[in-house]
Design a protein around this ligand. Sequence first.
Ligand SMILES: [Fe+2]
Length: 208
Amino acid sequence: MPKQKNSAGTTPSRSRMIVLLALGIVSESPGPIHSQEHPEEQMSELSAGLIADMEEVFAETRGMINHTMTVRGHALEIMAEEGGDPTVVEASAILHDIGIPKARKVHGSSAGPHQETEGPPIARAILTEHGVSQERVDHICGIVANHHTAHDPEIVETIEFKILWDADWLVNFPGRHRDKTMAEKEAAISEIFRTKKGERLARQMFLE
Ligand SMILES: [Fe+2]
């Protein structure tokens, strides 16, 4: 008799292992349970599974769930105009901050470079568990590993990275530019945003 599966389509014990990995309580990935590719029509099931895992990782930091879901919404809106691989865009939005709890535990800080180090192995374990293809897992983990410092040109030039970058900045911009003049905000928007749609949304949200 097969083990009962949860709403994410994974057995609770494996899902729990991933959460423990993300929180730095265990160091070994539970490894893949299956490896079939997800065709686009199954994206909503994959999306639900990734969101369920993300919510478990952020169970004690509820604000991160709201942040992540808002970033996801912006990413999907930008992608509708800019294109990109839907699986890579949505998964990288859901998992981009997944390294924060472990970074805090291991380094005592969730500074960007620590997130970029701790996030990708957790994202890889979750994505592999859900059967995402190796090529996409590599791309998504590359985005997670660059989402603060944008240091790898090969990743940074992809439209999927640019979309996640802009979606995250649409949420983070007000907090970082609260006391700036309109002219300073305008200059910052021109400098920061990497897609036409992202820049347009930023102008509507922060200048009008
Ligand atoms: Fe973020």
